[in-house]
Design a protein around this ligand. Structure first.
Ligand code: GNR
Ligand code: NI
Length: 169
């Protein structure tokens, strides 16, 4: 089932997601619905917070072929490089806005899979950026928080205006 994606500056994007205590059929279904929603929106990642579910679940697929889904439950960055990279980011909750953000250029993440089994992924490039972006969502952070106040306020005004116009129709 496709889910609705919350749009910045919705205050629900700033909630903090709770750890998943039991990886069961409900969580597996949530992950499947999130993947369907992410693929439909042509995104490379999605966090449960973005579909108004305050649980620590993210899905990612950075493959060109869109057939390498990753599900991470209770993901945690356990190691990272000391070097930062500037990478242009976008967000399905901040449509049509793209800007550069500094991130670690390498991360190791531990998480549970859909079967509740622990695994580790080491990533650089887009996958590293995406994992940091998604884990940020679980802690209530949207990438525009890293931009200047001026840019953030412009984005806020633009998206509020767009939402108001769409609401009229
Ligand atoms: O689709 C997405 N593209 C993207 C590009 C650069 C850095 C991060 C991302 S994640 C984003 C999907 C999304 O909003 N995930 O939360
Ligand atoms: Ni996002």
């Amino acid at each position: 089932m496709k889910l609705e994606i919350l749009c910045y500056p919705d205050a629900r994007l700033n909630k903090i997601a709770e750890p998943v205590l039991q990886v069961d059929e409900r969580i597996a279904q949530l992950a499947d619905d999130m993947l369907e929603t992410m693929y439909d929106a042509n995104g490379v990642g999605l966090a449960a917070i973005q579909v108004n579910v305050q649980e620590r679940v993210i899905v990612v697929d950075v493959s060109q072929t869109r057939d390498e889904p990753l599900v991470l439950i209770n993901p945690q960055i356990v190691e990272h490089s000391n070097t930062l990279i500037l990478h242009e980011e976008g967000c399905l909750s901040v449509p049509d806005i793209y800007d550069d953000v500094e991130r670690w250029d390498w991360v190791a993440v531990e998480a549970l899979d859909k079967q509740g089994k622990s695994f580790r992924v080491e990533a650089d490039g887009l996958l590293a950026v995406c994992l940091q972006h998604e884990i940020d969502h679980l802690d209530g952070h949207v990438f525009v928080e890293y931009l200047s106040t001026l840019k953030r306020n412009r984005i806020r005004t633009k998206l509020l205006k767009r939402a108001r116009e769409q609401g009229k129709q």
